[in-house]
Design a protein around this ligand. Structure first.
Ligand code: SF4
Ligand code: SF4
Length: 106
């Protein structure tokens, strides 16, 4: 079991209150609003944390993903990117999307 799998298992054991607190902390640390791919609609809807909650209702394409510079990504041992378009880490691990990212910023 790698770091991400351990983190997900630990999260699944949290109480509802603990889960809400953790979610709020992770949202605060999400760097998506600073990403060139992030759009005005996503900002208006306060969309964040795509790595856990999945695709954006607003973002449909992009060439840069700054997730690897995010402390959530690093601490959780994530391996994928472009969660706002391709879905959360847990899904991308099962079904790799091979998103083209020629301008990847790490
Ligand atoms: S890894 Fe990406 S989607 Fe997840 S919290 Fe960080 S910036 Fe947001
Ligand atoms: S491309 Fe990555 S960093 Fe940018 S908004 Fe989407 S998930 Fe967040």
């Amino acid at each position: 079991m790698d770091r991400f799998e351990k983190a997900v298992e630990a999260m699944s054991k949290k109480t509802k209150g603990e889960g809400k607190h953790l979610n709020a902390d992770l949202r605060d640390r999400c760097e998506c609003p600073a990403c060139p791919t992030y759009v005005k609609c996503a900002r208006q809807n306060d969309e964040k944390l795509f790595c856990f909650w999945g695709e954006s209702d607003c973002i449909s394409g992009g060439q840069t993903c700054i997730c690897p510079s995010c402390t959530v990504w690093q601490e959780m041992g994530m391996k994928n990117r472009f969660y706002c378009i391709d879905g959360p880490e847990i899904v991308q691990r099962e079904t790799p999307k091979n998103h083209k990212d020629p301008e990847l910023v790490v």
